[in-house]
Design a protein around this ligand. Structure first.
Ligand SMILES: [Zn+2]
Length: 106
């Protein structure tokens, strides 16, 4: 249980660092578009990839915050939807999950 919390804290720090890198990348793109059009096209494509990675990272980070919040409330091992205990093996594989396998399917 405290292992899971430590794991989530590590993941959270990791995701925040990643978001900072994505943001730094997006800020740099403004001045970089004065090259030939082929390079410009690949630059734009790259930016789109970074945009979607950034979005994914934000969603993941939000999920981790919810999971940590529930752990702090002593409900980290309870399903957020039905209130039943979440299978410990599931928590081991998906430490940031807040729902049991049945509710995740539905
Ligand atoms: Zn459930």
């Amino acid at each position: 249980m405290s292992n899971r919390k430590a794991e989530l804290e590590t993941l959270k720090a990791d995701l925040i660092a990643r978001l900072e890198r994505y943001e730094a990348h997006q800020q740099r793109k403004g001045g970089a578009l004065d090259k030939d059009s082929e390079e410009q096209a690949s630059q734009i494509q790259n930016d789109e990839v970074v945009d979607s990675l950034e979005e994914e990272t934000r969603v993941e980070l939000a999920q981790i915050k919810v999971a940590l919040e529930r752990i702090n409330q002593g409900k980290g091992e309870e399903c957020e939807v039905c209130g039943k205990p979440i299978d410990p093996r599931r928590l081991q594989v998906l430490p940031y999950t807040t729902v049991c396998v049945d509710c995740a399917k539905g």
